[in-house]
Design a protein around this ligand. Structure first.
Ligand code: UDX
Length: 432
């Protein structure tokens, strides 16, 4: 099939490249000429393991094309995916849909025969109805169908999540269109993906409800971890014990420093706003937002206690600052609160992250980027493991630190408490 992806960001580029890899011809369209030029020169603008290879392979086989020419791509395509960003509105918590509506308005000019318009961007319930109204201003209903097809891609695992999704959700009531999309996704369905068709609004809400539930699960175990610290229980035993109940499931029950990323915080806030708009108080979701935000303060309190409130002039090494491993994404990472706080209290911070130096810290005094673990840790009074990159899982702390009294705060429970204590380290972790 011929497909047009409008928006060559995280979702559009990964999905476009993977659709091309399934044998489709894919036109990836963006209004950012520099980004398109970069892609046509073989440079990938996002950090996603495996993406460069799959883009290159399909670009060279002429199945994947990058352009700013929306008209040409819409005319040639059967299916048009809207994959533009839906950031939080400035100062508010609702989703900013102007890019979605612009895309709908633009593409409607070039509908020359029946087209399937698919919203892949994460959009509040009923956005598809508005997109339909925008296109109806220029085109008769019989010339298009607006569908919701949310993505469930995790950063760092996006290609795997595209290729082996638990489910493909299609929000549409037109049987012919559902069949067409079922055949587009057929290679994934054959490998075990469940194909679910529902109403358009149903698909829109499935996306938000899924993210909100995952964030709730994380906040739940993070709060249980707090109680574990007070009651001398190992939170990992609780996670395992809970997860063995198939109704709960073991995934997304790892206690940590607070969830971050470009999706959970934004989508949960937007869902709470949708609830208010429909006069339905989503109190659990609002408490998850509050719990996650408070958690960052709670971690800072913990660090103050570990350093006996003497932060000034302390050398602190921070290993990992991204919101999760295998990405360079800093959006809503708990390090964005943590490092500036410690800096303001007079600490000297040396951080190392495998994805490189971060602009978010480059203007802050006494926060330096180091090239490796040893450089960051050698003179540290406190080593904080913030992000669970693989290379942080087998550190020989006696080698990397010269300070016999170094303290270690492992925010991702990468090490065994008993082993670290046997090695003579002052070791702290989460919920243990
Ligand atoms: C998420 C959803 O998982 C994905 O389905 C959706 O399409 C986009 O949003 P992503 O934000 O890339 O994906 O990362 P994810 O792996 O979900 O982690 C989100 C945050 O939760 C990270 O900060 C991570 O560290 C944290 N997390 C995750 C935990 O603290 N504990 C866990 O057990 C899992």
């Amino acid at each position: 099939m011929k497909i047009c992806m409008i928006g060559v960001g995280y979702v559009g580029l990964v999905s476009g490249a993977c659709f091309a890899d399934l044998g489709n011809t894919v036109y990836c369209i963006d209004n950012n000429q520099d980004k398109i030029d970069m892609l046509n020169m073989g440079k990938i603008p996002i950090y996603e393991p495996g993406l460069s290879e799959i883009v290159k392979k399909n670009y060279l086989s002429n199945r994947l094309k990058f352009s700013t020419n929306l008209k040409d791509a819409v005319i040639k395509s059967d299916i048009i995916f809207i994959c533009v960003g839906t950031p939080s509105s400035k100062g508010k918590k609702s989703a900013n849909l102007k890019y979605v509506f612009n895309a709908a308005n633009e593409l409607s000019k070039y509908i020359n025969k029946f087209k399937i318009i698919v919203n892949k961007s994460t959009v509040p319930v009923s956005t598809g109805d508005i997109v339909e109204k925008i296109i109806l201003k220029k085109k008769k209903k019989k010339l298009f169908e607006v569908v919701s097809n949310p993505e469930f891609l995790r950063e760092g695992e996006a290609i795997r999540d595209f290729r082996f999704p638990d489910r493909i959700v299609i929000g549409c009531n037109n049987k012919k269109v559902i069949r067409k999309l079922e055949s587009l996704y057929d290679p994934l369905i054959k490998k075990g993906a469940f194909f679910l068709s529902t109403s358009r609004r149903g698909a829109e809400l499935i996306k938000y409800a899924s993210n909100a539930f995952l964030a709730t699960k994380i906040s739940f175990i993070n709060e249980i971890a707090n109680l574990c610290e007070k009651t001398g229980v190992n939170v990992e035993d609780v996670s395992i014990g809970m997860g063995l109940d198939k109704r709960i499931g073991s995934r997304f029950l790892r206690a940590g420093p607070a969830y971050g990323g470009s999706c959970f915080p934004k989508d949960i806030a937007a869902l709470a706003v949708t609830g208010d708009q429909y006069k339905t108080n989503l109190s659990i979701i609002k408490s998850v937002m509050k719990s996650n935000s408070n958690r960052k303060i709670l971690l800072i309190e913990r660090i103050k206690r570990i350093l006996s409130n003497k932060i000034k002039n302390k050398e602190i090494a921070v290993l990992g600052v991204t919101f999760k491993p295998n990405t360079d994404d800093m959006r809503q990472s708990s390090s964005l609160k943590l490092l500036p706080f410690l800096q303001k209290k007079g600490a000297k911070i040396n951080y190392y992250d495998p994805s490189g130096e971060k602009k978010e810290f480059s203007r802050l005094k006494n926060i330096s980027f180091c090239r490796n673990i040893k450089e960051a840790c050698k003179k540290a009074d406190l080593i904080i493991i913030h992000t669970e990159w693989d290379e942080f899982k087998t550190i020989d702390f006696k080698k990397v630190s010269k300070n016999k009294k170094v303290k270690i705060y492992d925010m991702r429970n990468l090490y065994s408490s008993s082993k670290m204590q046997k090695l003579g380290f002052l070791y702290y972790s989460i919920g243990r």
